[in-house]
Design a protein around this ligand. Structure first.
Ligand code: LFC
Ligand code: MG
Length: 439
């Protein structure tokens, strides 16, 4: 594999003005400009890797600084040095004796870690000539385990248990891979019902989605109860009693408020309420889960769950019924592998968070791996889909019949078109120059 040492890491602040049309809006984030911190790493032997982390506009420049601060830990290493002992490299990035103080393993520094490690995984998959999901699927359990930092996890999941889960799932792997290649991984859509959309827009988008074959829909709630009742009733009527509805409050409520509010929306039979309260409030989520269980409503969370230790506690406390991993929030594939394995042990389905810009491109690799190599089940499992900004990626997602089709191109689907990056660079790209001039 030796193709030189990493000699170059470049990082850009790339923003898309989605707030102009209220795409992505929710009860807490009313004007998101979907953005990425885009990292490109290169070796002197000609290997390249592309990585992103997701942000929503202002503040992206801070993550860029954090990537720059971490870059010294990457420069000079070869891909082989890194992946032959990936666990140690993960530790190096997340446990630097001085920089860990500004985390540890949370917030801006963790987003930066995600961007860099996503680029490394992309480089590895490209070097092997495989899409990332296939790289993972073809790895022996022991090799997968060596990518995971088990520090702080052993009270919930030991290495031995993780190995046993992976060994057990070897049975039927081949058939599941064939099934994925034929049918794809089930997806749901959030594109119809952002909070800032009018009822007309909602109706139009929902009927288009139904015509395209979507069967599972997520609606933003949490700002105004009467609005929520009206919007949920509209969608439930359009999709009929059989199809699936989920609701997402993006952390808007206190615990008691969440319970009363969601109880009032129970007649629309949501499968889950997502992020009902503060994403760090594990016991709060446990209380909400307990109160809503009799109504048949689960709690989903994870898009702002900053590391594997948080997921561990959510699982230990029965505080969530759907684990929403995110490919850009935590320490990349390494940390998501840990969470996927813990979810398998606790028998909780993984339903990744996606959307934003690039999140769909990345995370469906992990869903496909989860099904083939870990969970072996599609029960109550689906990966989020949002129909924005795919045109900026060289290997965009492919949806067929509301399923994600497995990517074929080598890598982690992270590479963007140079032209897109250039145009949307903040604040000097032509898109932003013209917006900022008008302001
Ligand atoms: C600001 C963003 O669009 C969020 O609203 C979005 O990630 C959302 O929570 C989701 O679950 O898709
Ligand atoms: Mg959400």
């Amino acid at each position: 594999m030796t193709k030189g040492k990493i000699t170059k890491l470049s990082v850009s602040d790339v923003r898309f003005p989605t707030s102009l049309e209220q795409h992505g809006s929710d009860a807490m984030h009313t004007d998101p400009d979907y953005s990425v911190v885009y990292v490109v790493i290169e070796t002197d032997g000609g290997l390249k890797g592309y990585g992103i982390t997701f942000t929503i506009g202002r503040g992206t420049e801070i993550v860029v600084c954090a990537v720059e601060a971490l870059s010294a830990l990457v420069i000079g290493k070869s891909l082989e040095d890194i992946v032959s002992d990936f666990r140690s490299f993960y530790r190096l990035l997340t446990s630097d004796g001085q920089m860990r103080w500004i985390g540890p393993e949370k917030g801006v520094i963790q987003l930066a870690t995600a961007a860099i490690l996503n680029a490394i995984w992309d480089m590895w998959a490209r070097a092997e000539g495989k899409p990332l999901w296939k790289l993972l699927v073809d790895m022996e359990p022991r090799q997968l385990i060596r990518c995971i930092d088990f520090r702080y996890l052993s009270d919930a999941l030991t290495e031995q248990e993780a190995l046993e889960i992976l060994e057990k799932a070897k049975e039927g792997k081949q058939q599941r891979e064939e099934q994925m290649l034929k049918e794809g991984y089930p997806a749901y859509t959030t594109s119809c019902a952002w909070l800032g959309y009018s009822d007309e827009q909602l109706t139009e988008l929902c009927s288009a989605a139904l015509a395209e074959g979507w069967t599972k829909f997520k609606v933003k709630v949490g700002a105004d109860l009467q609005d929520d009742i009206r919007r949920c009733s509209l969608i439930r009527k359009m999709i009929g009693p059989e199809k699936t509805l989920m609701i997402d409050a993006n952390q808007r409520w206190d615990v008691a408020e969440a319970i009363t509010w969601v109880t009032k929306l129970a007649e629309f039979r949501p499968l889950w309420i997502e992020e009902p309260t503060c994403p760090d409030d594990i016991l709060g989520h446990a209380a909400i889960s307990k109160a809503l269980a009799p109504l048949g409503i689960g709690v989903a969370t994870g898009e702002q769950c900053h590391n594997r230790v948080m997921f561990k506690q959510f699982l230990q406390a029965s505080a969530l019924q759907f684990v929403q991993i995110d490919s850009c929030r935590v320490g990349s594939v390494n940390e998501n592998l840990a969470t996927i394995l813990m979810a398998a042990k606790f028998k909780v389905p993984v339903c990744p968070h996606a959307g934003g810009v690039g999140l769909c491109e990345l995370v469906h690799h992990l869903s496909i791996f989860d099904y083939i190599s870990v969970s072996a089940s599609l029960d109550n499992r689906m990966c989020e889909y949002v129909d924005h900004l795919h045109e900026h990626f060289k290997s965009p997602t492919l949806i067929r019949n509301a399923h994600y089709m497995p990517p074929k191109d080598p890598g982690y689907s992270t590479e963007m078109f140079e032209e897109s990056v250039k145009k949307h660079q903040f604040p000097d790209g032509e898109v932003w120059k013209s917006i900022l001039e008008k302001k």
